[in-house]
Ligand binder design. Structure first.
Ligand code: PMP
Length: 399
């Protein structure tokens, strides 16, 4: 018999807490965030029978339906089966893991790489593997949740600096004991804001204070740099960054994540990192799809070119409409509306006109920065742009 545990008479304190988080409030949130599409094709998804343009995917290069990517996934399933059923450190390692790692490492100009079943695990691991009690992690205050979790688990101390501010970083570092081991944790492209990290300036400060730098480039890979090698390549400073972590779920059109660096660092990670030792290895199909997407992204530069054409067009449209994009410089484009009511209204009006976007409100973003997050893909077409423009005008009128 199926029983609703939360409504049973004898609740323990945990059930009590969950139940008290007002079910109505919870349902409202749930309805706004946990959408289920019943089908998708290209940039279109269908939800409850309504066709919408996907304007919030991180699939920047638009490769998830590329024939070579699909074929690679199908072949991997046929050859290796569905799962790995074990960690890399135990029974789960397969030749395709090494193939993906070697190509990713070569692509990023690193000696070695380790892949994980999620970008979240990889980005956590990029901190927990190297930071320990007694160290200090200096972190941009707008970093992704995976890094904050990594810092907490590592037991290192934390110092937050203002978003993208080398000046603030410098002023903090001046107060710290030079002998304490330090890690600087930054993102290449900040996913909510669409900001490109001020890498050259931050690295100059890091160098002066002997910080070990860990870059999360989940949103830079495929988007910036030669052949999409990411933010470090964009600035020509890849050789100054010991560790680059990232996700396979954005431009590489799959799921999973990686940490890349010098061989001795990655070997150290493999023997010290719980996320690598105790979690099952990435499955065959996602690994094969990511590898195929990586190859396509290098062989077919038109996807990156189209992404940037679409991005420039979209930025110009938002500027013409007078919408606040938080100075986004990339295909990740927030529309800052300032408070929850305006965000909900704007999001609703986009939906009415057939455009799917994502809501992000405080505490997920700083107070006053409540926003609708949108993102551009290489796949958005002329027709998509016409619908998006009409929907944005409709939403802006409703403010
Ligand atoms: N780092 C950043 C900056 C991200 O934006 C994300 C996901 N949005 C992750 C890590 C985690 O990646 P994944 O979704 O592949 O787990």
């Amino acid at each position: 018999m199926i029983r609703n545990l939360l409504s049973s008479k004898q609740r323990n304190p945990i059930q009590e807490r969950c139940a008290k988080d007002s079910f109505t409030k919870l349902r409202e949130k749930y309805a706004l965030y946990y959408h289920l599409a019943e089908s998708q094709s290209g940039t279109r998804i269908t939800i409850d029978g309504k066709e919408l343009i996907m304007l919030a995917s991180n699939e920047y290069l638009g490769l998830s339906e590329h024939p070579k990517v699909i074929e690679a996934g199908q072949d991997a399933l046929a050859k290796w089966g569905a799962g790995t059923m074990g960690a890399r450190s135990a029974n789960g390692g397969r030749a395709f893991h090494r193939e993906l790692e070697e190509e990713l490492a070569e692509f990023l100009g690193r000696q070695a790489c380790h892949v994980f079943s999620a970008g979240y695990l990889a980005c956590m691991a990029s901190i927990t593997s190297f930071a320990q009690r007694g160290d200090i992690v200096l972190v941009d205050k707008n970093m992704h949740s995976s890094v904050w979790d990594g810092i907490r688990l590592s037991m290192a101390s934390v110092e937050r600096f203002s978003h993208n501010s080398a000046e603030h970083l410098e002023s903090i570092l001046q107060q710290l004991d030079p002998a304490t081991p330090k890690i600087l944790s930054i993102e290449g492209v900040y996913s909510m804001e669409g900001h490109i990290c001020d890498l050259p300036t931050l690295l100059a400060v890091a160098r002066q204070h002997n910080c070990f730098v860990v870059l999360d480039d989940a949103h830079g890979i495929g988007v910036l740099g030669n052949e999409g090698r990411g933010t470090a390549d964009h600035f020509g400073v890849a050789d100054q960054i010991p560790v680059i972590a990232g996700s396979l779920s954005k431009s590489l059109a799959s799921t999973g994540g990686f940490v890349a660096g010098d061989r001795e660092l990655i070997e150290y990670l493999r023997t010290h990192c719980k996320q690598a030792i105790f979690s099952a290895a990435i499955s065959p199909a996602p690994a094969a799809c990511a590898l195929a997407a990586l190859r396509v992204s290098r062989e077919e530069p038109q996807w990156n070119e189209r992404l940037w054409q679409n991005t420039r067009r979209y930025h110009a449209l938002l500027e013409e409409l007078g919408l606040d994009t938080w100075d986004s410089q990339t295909p990740a484009v927030p529309i800052v509306l300032g408070n929850r009511e305006r965000v909900y209204r704007f999001w609703q009006r986009l939906w009415e006109k057939g455009v799917f976007s994502v809501i992000s409100t405080a505490p997920g973003v700083p107070p006053g920065k409540d926003l609708v997050r949108t993102a551009i893909s290489a796949r958005h077409t002329e027709e998509d742009f016409e619908i998006v423009e009409a929907a944005l005008r409709h939403a802006a009128r409703g403010l």
